[in-house]
Design a protein. Structure first.
Length: 122
């Protein structure tokens, strides 16, 4: 529906309300994001340590695979959270993505070829 029923002054304008958080809320959210950044940096350091106990071969000992998998899972979750916009999340929830239709329905049907054109092709 949307665009064909928009008023001229509303065409192309997002219809979702964006609320600006209060200064105290913005300060708390920034502290939250700072803590997540520090945690992500520490987690990445745990996965690939630059310094630590040296192995016999001269390399740095890394956590076992099972432990690295857990650390990567945490790192991915932190990175996703940091990539979100907390201001938009305080407003209305985002609109759901449009429903995908069958590919053939979107493209339409191919034109019909007449019997005369088919004979010419053969």
């Amino acid at each position: 529906m949307g665009e064909e029923t928009d008023r001229p002054q509303d065409a192309g304008r997002p219809h979702r309300r964006v609320s600006i958080p209060e200064p105290e809320t913005a300060r708390i959210l920034e502290a939250y994001r700072d803590a997540m950044r520090a945690e992500l940096e520490e987690t990445l350091g745990d996965i690939r340590p630059d310094a630590g106990q040296l192995t016999i071969g001269g390399g740095v000992a890394r956590p076992e695979l099972a432990e690295r998998v857990k650390l990567w899972d945490l790192a991915i979750k932190l990175a996703r959270e940091l990539g979100r916009d907390p201001v938009l999340e305080l407003g209305d929830p985002p609109a759901p993505p449009p429903v995908a239709t069958d590919g053939a329905a979107r493209r339409g049907r191919a034109p019909r070829i007449s019997a005369r054109d088919r004979k010419r092709i053969e």
